[in-house]
Design a protein around this ligand. Sequence first.
Ligand SMILES: NC(=O)c1ccc[n+]([C@@H]2O[C@H](COP(=O)([O-])OP(=O)(O)OC[C@H]3O[C@@H](n4cnc5c(N)ncnc54)[C@H](OP(=O)(O)O)[C@@H]3O)[C@@H](O)[C@H]2O)c1
Length: 291
Amino acid sequence: MSAYPPPLPGGTWTMGDLTVTRFGYGAMQLAGPWVMGPPADHDGAIAVLREAVDLGITHIDTSDAYGPHITNRLIREALHPYPEGLHVVTKVGARRDAQGGWPTARRPEQLRHQVEENLESLGRETLDLVNLRLGDAQGPQAGSIAEAFETLVDLQKQGVVRHLGVSNATAEQVTEAQGIAPIVCVQNMYNLAHRGDDELIDRLAAEGVAYVPFFPLGGFSPLQSSVLSAVAARLGAAPMSVALAWLLHRSPNILLIPGTSSVAHLRENVVGAGLPLSDEDLAALEGIGRG
Ligand SMILES: NC(=O)c1ccc[n+]([C@@H]2O[C@H](COP(=O)([O-])OP(=O)(O)OC[C@H]3O[C@@H](n4cnc5c(N)ncnc54)[C@H](OP(=O)(O)O)[C@@H]3O)[C@@H](O)[C@H]2O)c1
């Protein structure tokens, strides 16, 4: 008899003591436009989350800044009590302002408050994994992260947080965090067209640390490339499928968290990520982010 649900493309990866499917789900797009306010289709958002779990996904990425508070509450409404083996990964370090901006909020008391808010909105007593979000809306910014990261390490020692990661981080900040306490993942922007972290990905793979690309499909500006379209057409597949399959192929420590507010897109992405890519396809795709 075959297993149901069938195994997801890419198999699994283990972060600390959390084993997750490499095909995960990024929940940011479930909030309203520009990640503010409630979704236009509340029941549709709930359906996407339940479908993710039904498909066998065990890694959901979120933040209480999405909405704010909206996305976490949707996750709780859809999935609480959480099924065994499902891991919800959140991040702290930014808040939302009235204009929808993402000002940084990394002082110790702000981080502690955000962890409390995540516990409350997700309905948990312990958070599986918390990423310290660094930099700003323009991307990573150099500078010491010690005070903020040490605050999360304190919370980890208190048992409120199980594992730690960093997000939107420079390679130097990853090293600085690792000098303070182990991290199990780095979540940075990376996709076929934005390959600034190639070296970091290889280093983290050698260290056994997960790399979780955000905007794997281009985020608010969907990936567009004539090469990607040509490879997709040759394979009879959607460009998004090729982009996800390429990421799984790129390195074994890459975990996918593509976002969608559509059950149909979620299903399409799961199938698409398993697309076999030939050497010819890979050679063509290799040129995209190297120009
Ligand atoms: N650490 C950070 O600072 C940070 C920053 C940004 C995001 N993130 C995380 O990364 C996750 C992924 O990023 P993201 O959701 O912003 O961007 P993404 O995964 O690159 O792209 C999501 C967009 O792609 C569309 N899409 C998905 N599947 C599709 C398909 N099969 N065909 C056509 N369009 C498709 C979605 O639209 P539909 O809804 O119509 O499918 C959505 O607009 C987020 O959910 C969040 O958890 C983290």
